[in-house]
Design a protein around this ligand. Structure first.
Ligand SMILES: [Ca+2]
Length: 399
């Protein structure tokens, strides 16, 4: 192992003059120090050639040359070591880059797997919900329909007896809630012997609600005829009318609460609730009666400002069946089915209109017909005329 000869004062002086970086990086540069010192020392020899100490300078020359040779060897050896270290570092950088690339790909793969797992969890949740409903249906024993006896011979000869469809015996959403159902959604019920799908709300205002109407902007036309309003239409998870016949049967036992929730275009929500909500049968045009009002939206069905605009104890009208108290056909003019009087202080089956306020209303004029803006989803006691709601829901439950 060499000690560093490059720190000799004579050599350092040379290096400083030639630029240290050149000496480190260019091997031939080191040689340049030799003539430099040769010239430098020669000058000194000439200056002191008569000097008796000249032999000392000559000795110094050879010593310097020897020193420089050692320095050159030292530098070259260290250059080799540095090059080896650089090579190792370059190899390490290449490995790190390769490793980083592999990690990135693995991360992307894990992200895809995560999405797939999330989708699987959602599917499993849906299947679990369906199984829960099936369990409720299977664990409930029918009380009115006796189980038919099957001849033994048939059991023996028939290897693949088709399974009859499961019959739900739940009367409504309150019945389902009593049996332990807690997740809101669409359910099969059996209303007065007729199978029907309903949307149950187990989340709001105490739950147990069977939703009979909802408006939230889905493209469902509510300008329908008598038969359609009787049987129901729309999509249970968005906008729909459950059907007058079903509502009649649901309320036939009496003592039902009707809850109406209305929301404006600023997101403000108010409600109107009526006790003893009841719908008569078709022979009396599904006449609606309600009891005591409570709430924050105001009372439209017993509208205090005008008896002509009240809906309590009035028949249901559709564009093709005028049962209102007006000389006009309110349902046809207002493109809706409702318990019109002469004509209305609420029309929750009106057209879904975006934007408020609406234009001037011509309803009531002899030659007039309501403008498009006059046919919205309205509830006078809260927003008065010409304001169409952004969201409406009507739901019922037994007390
Ligand atoms: Ca009329």
């Amino acid at each position: 192992m060499y000690t560093n000869p490059c720190i000799h004062p004579l050599f350092v002086s040379c290096v400083l003059k030639l630029d240290m970086f050149n000496i480190v990086h260019k091997e031939n540069t080191l040689i340049k120090c030799v003539p430099y010192y040769h010239n430098s020392l020669s000058n000194k020899v000439r200056q002191h050639e008569s000097n008796m100490a000249g032999y000392v300078l000559i000795w110094a020359i050879f010593s310097s040359i020897d020193l420089l040779v050692h320095c050159q060897v030292y530098v070259f050896q260290n250059l080799d070591e540095h090059e080896q270290r650089i090579s190792v570092l370059e190899s390490s950088i290449a490995n790190a880059t390769s490793c980083c690339s592999a990690l990135t790909k693995e991360n992307e793969f894990l992200k895809i797997q995560n999405k797939q797992l999330f989708s699987m969890v959602q599917n499993l949740s849906a299947q679990f919900s369906a199984l829960q409903q099936n369990m409720v249906a299977l664990t409930t024993v029918p009380t009115t329909t006796p189980t038919p006896s099957i001849p033994t011979t048939k059991l023996i000869t028939t290897t693949a007896t088709p399974t009859p469809p499961a019959i739900s015996v739940s009367r409504d959403c309150a019945d389902l809630a009593a049996k332990g159902q807690t997740l809101s959604g669409v359910f099969d019920v059996n209303i007065g012997g007729n199978a029907k799908k309903v949307y149950c709300d187990f989340d709001h205002d105490g739950g147990r609600w069977t939703v009979i109407q909802r408006r939230q902007g889905a493209p469902v036309d509510f300008n329908r005829n008598w038969t359609e309003y009787r049987d129901g239409f729309g999509v249970l998870t968005t906008d729909f009318w459950l059907g007058n016949e079903v509502i009649h049967r649901l309320t036939a036992a009496g003592n039902n609460i009707l809850n109406i929730k209305v929301m404006d275009w600023s997101g403000n929500i108010e409600f109107a609730e009526y006790k003893n909500f009841y719908l008569s049968d078709e022979s009396t045009d599904y006449t609606m009666t309600v009891g005591k009002y409570s709430g924050t939206a105001g009372d439209s069905f017993n509208y205090p400002s005008s008896s002509l605009l009240r809906h309590n104890n009035h028949r249901f009208s559709t564009p093709d069946r005028d049962r209102d108290n007006s000389f006009m056909n309110c349902a046809q003019l207002l493109k809706s089915g409702w318990w019109f009087n002469s004509c209305y202080s609420s029309n929750l089956n009106g057209m879904f209109l975006k934007g408020t306020p609406h234009g001037p209303k011509t309803m009531g004029e002899v030659s007039g017909e309501p403008t498009l803006e006059g046919t919205g989803i309205e509830w006078y006691p809260w927003k008065h005329q010409q304001y169409s709601m952004a969201h409406v829901e009507m739901k019922i439950r037994p007390v």
